[in-house]
Design a binder for this molecule. Structure first.
Ligand code: ADP
Ligand code: MG
Length: 323
């Protein structure tokens, strides 16, 4: 298949976004501003760095690449509208496998009504997928990391550590585990961005949000640093899936605090608005847990242990440049 028939094969037959003037098929796409703020994010996925064929099918790869990007928009409180896909393809990926990658993206795009409006296709040594997503928010309504305030409640959606547990099971097929093996694997392969929940927070004036791509310890630091506040996470309250306790205590601890790729949302909100956050979570059947509070301890994150002792949490997680 040549580049042109490939591009033809991935084109949408119609577009959903009214602000789109020109999608795929010219030198560039054209969108017309509507007065909303435009929110743009990019996330890259490189074979043998972010994924490999052993643990991810082509469908999983396409799904997770777009899901991670949508999760960034969710963390900004933005409504997803468009995406562009840069892809570098090596010879050992078949036409069917490439179609599967795009089918997965199409599935998510349908679900969130985002339009594929461009990209670039090149050949290379390994598979690289670089996605740009464009979303919209009401003016000055994006959910910045810098908006946490002393006295806020710290909350998190879903459960922590599932994705790393899934990866562990995929890499160690002989692990003896009794229940929910498929659940953990799917949390790794097919993460669910919390887009609708985050959009439903719009009536709340101020919410700080960050999505958990590198582990909650790292994301909590990002909020603490950007907002010049301290975050206290209460160890007992960190939500985990009931079947996570089948793993070693040490692994559980590492995965829930420092394991990434859960794509849940970590946030802070004034206690006054907490009830509204819970209601929105309930409307979208998103589990949500109050896990701590915000202090004036600028840039610091603490773990409050069972006995009440405070332990400083390190800002570690998966950091590509620190290897
Ligand atoms: P040009 O040579 O002008 O850059 P291309 O042949 O690269 O044009 O692309 C033609 C059209 O197809 C453009 O609209 C481009 O955005 C789109 N396109 C190219 N590759 C991809 C891709 N992998 N995914 C989505 N759209 C793509
Ligand atoms: Mg091009």
């Amino acid at each position: 298949m040549d580049e042109f028939s490939f591009i033809q094969s991935i084109q949408q037959s119609y577009y959903r976004q009214p602000s789109l003037i020109k999608g795929v098929g010219d030198d560039a796409a054209v969108i017309r501003p509507t007065g909303e703020d435009i929110v743009i994010a990019k996330d890259m996925f490189v074979e043998n760095v972010h994924f490999n064929r052993r643990t991810m099918t082509p469908y999983h790869i396409g799904y997770k690449a777009l899901a991670a990007n949508l999760s960034d928009l969710a963390a900004m409180g933005a409504r997803p509208a468009f995406y562009l896909v840069g892809i570098s393809i090596s010879n050992d990926w078949t036409k069917e496998e490439l179609a599967d990658i795009y089918n997965a993206m199409k599935y998510l795009a349908d679900r969130y009504k985002v339009d594929l409006i461009g990209g670039d296709t090149v050949s290379g040594k390994e598979l690289v997928i670089s996605i740009t997503v464009i979303g919209l928010t009401n003016k000055d309504n994006s959910r910045l990391r810098s908006s946490a305030r002393e006295g806020d409640i710290v909350f998190v959606t879903g459960t922590l550590g599932d994705s790393q547990a899934g990866l562990h099971l995929l890499l160690n097929p002989n692990t003896t585990i009794h229940t929910d093996e498929q659940y953990f694997k799917e949390r790794h392969q097919l993460p669910n961005p919390r887009v609708k929940f985050s959009l439903d927070l719009q009536e709340i004036n101020r919410v700080a949000l960050n999505d958990i791509s590198d582990g909650i310890a790292s994301e909590a630091h990002e909020i603490a640093e950007a907002s010049k506040v301290g975050l206290v996470l209460i160890e007992d309250k960190l939500p985990i899936h009931p079947a996570l306790n089948q793993f070693d205590a040490e692994l559980q601890y590492r995965w829930k605090l420092f394991g990434g790729e859960d794509y849940e949302l970590l946030g802070t909100v004034s206690p006054r608005d907490w009830e509204l956050v819970k209601q929105s979570a309930e409307r979208h059947q998103v589990p949500i847990t109050e896990i701590g509070y915000v202090t004036d301890d600028s840039g610091k994150v603490f773990l409050q242990k069972e006995n009440g002792k405070m332990e400083r949490l390190e800002k570690k997680g998966y950091n590509h440049l620190s290897r």
